[in-house]
Write a protein that binds this ligand. Structure first.
Ligand code: SAM
Length: 226
């Protein structure tokens, strides 16, 4: 495992490598019952889930991170294993995925990390969560314009919304408009080739508060994106 990470210039100590190994074992063990991932080959999981999750690691420095639509934990659990300074909240709508996430947290002995079984567009209205986070991540949850409405309400002014995307080119124009309406500004897009797959990390800075009308709810984020 260590060697595969090193191939991508990621230096991890033994304890972190052990945690990633245990995470992989749990993923495979729970996958049959919980349908968590189509990828089970170990090297593929390392590259397409673990390394991919760490592509944006340099942006997640210290502070509070909320991850929306965590599924089996990507990208936030790898980010937490890599950088223990992060205080992490995982938001996931499906109960059984939350069961898996809680099992990983317990088995890996992770601290300052919790799971919330809710929908982003509901939780985003809750004052305990609204504009309380330094970072918000999300991978493979929705198109950028929809995703921005789910995510931007959680981010503090001067914090960052950092979506993980494939090829984002086609979503970018619509995404920019939505981000602006929600109080954000796209600072840059980092592009990577991960074994021939195009990956993009978008850096969105929150420059002003998000108006209380967002997220609009009732599925509008998806059906009538900004
Ligand atoms: N982020 C993970 C990854 O990259 O492997 C999971 C991606 S999976 C395709 C999308 C996940 O987002 C699902 O687990 C789904 O239940 C969750 N999800 C979708 N919409 C959501 C919402 N509005 N609020 C919370 N979770 C949501």
């Amino acid at each position: 495992m260590k060697k595969v990470f090193e191939k991508f210039n990621l230096q991890l100590d033994e304890q972190k490598v052990d945690k990633f190994n245990r995470y992989y074992e749990l993923l495979v063990e729970y996958n049959e019952r919980f349908n968590l991932t189509a990828i089970v080959n170990k090297d593929e999981v390392i590259v397409k889930h673990f390394v991919d999750s760490l592509l944006g690691a340099k942006y997640f420095t210290k502070g509070k991170l909320i991850d929306i639509g965590s599924g089996a934990g990507f990208p936030a659990i790898p980010l937490k294993i890599f950088n223990d300074d992060l205080d992490v909240t995982l938001v996931e709508a499906t109960g059984k995925k939350c069961t898996f996430l809680n099992a990983v947290i317990k088995e890996l002995g992770l601290k300052n990390i919790k799971v919330v079984n809710d929908r982003a567009e509901i939780l985003g209205k809750n004052p305990d969560f609204r504009e309380k986070f330094d970072f918000c991540s999300a991978r493979a949850v929705a198109r950028l314009n929809t995703l921005a409405e789910y995510c931007m309400p959680f981010v503090k002014v001067d914090g960052y919304f950092i979506p993980y995307k494939g090829d984002v080119t086609e979503e970018l124009e619509d995404g920019k408009r939505a981000v602006k309406l929600l109080g954000g500004k796209i600072e840059k897009v980092d592009e990577f080739l991960l074994e021939d797959a195009k990956r993009s990390i978008v850096l969105v800075k929150k420059v002003s508060n998000t108006q209380n009308i967002y997220p609009r709810g009732n599925g509008k984020e998806r059906k009538k994106p900004l």
